[in-house]
Design a protein around this ligand. Structure first.
Ligand SMILES: [Zn+2]
Length: 172
């Protein structure tokens, strides 16, 4: 490249506005379809889970970031993942079908949030809760992600615990 592109590399000194970080990243973000943005905002936990699993199998990143990532995914599945509310209603055997957030989150009704939390404590309601969670696709995805994140978090913590007393495995 002998010819200098004058448009790209102006010879005059940079003005103040030019020294500010370019809004390129923001522009690209705007160009992303609105639906895609909403999709990413709602389902970020699943993407993070994929990253964490990829981190386990394909990288040498170490257990600490994986533990952090797993914990975030777990929080996402418990409180943020879009799925049916699932709280037991006053009618026996009927479950709230409003859109809720997370396994524990529930819908906008505060009582349902409490009910979901209590359902996890009461053993006899596990079967009903599980049946309802697994009947919806989003519920399935959330429950499986929660299990994967838990397994990943436990594995990361065990790895951390095994690693910490010694300065490091020889030749590792
Ligand atoms: Zn509800």
């Amino acid at each position: 490249m002998d010819r200098v592109d004058k448009d790209r590399f102006p010879t005059r000194p940079f003005s103040r506005s030019e020294l500010r970080p370019a809004p390129q990243a923001d522009l690209r973000w705007v160009l992303v379809k609105k639906d895609t943005r909403r999709f990413l905002a709602r389902y970020w936990g699943y993407f993070l889970l994929v990253l964490v699993l990829a981190g386990w199998f394909y990288t040498n990143i170490g257990p600490a970031p994986l533990a952090l990532g797993s914990a975030l995914v777990l929080l996402f599945t418990l409180f943020m993942a879009p799925m049916p509310c699932c709280a037991e209603t006053r009618t026996e055997g009927q479950y709230c079908r409003r859109n809720g957030t997370g396994i524990l989150g529930g819908c906008y009704l505060k009582a349902h949030k409490w009910q979901n939390a209590k359902a996890l404590v009461r053993r006899q309601s596990w079967a009903g809760l599980a049946r309802h969670v697994f009947t919806s696709i989003s519920g399935n995805a959330t429950a499986i992600s929660a299990l994967a994140a838990t397994a990943s978090a436990v594995a990361a913590v065990i790895t951390l615990a095994l690693k910490s007393p010694t300065p490091g495995p020889p030749g590792g």
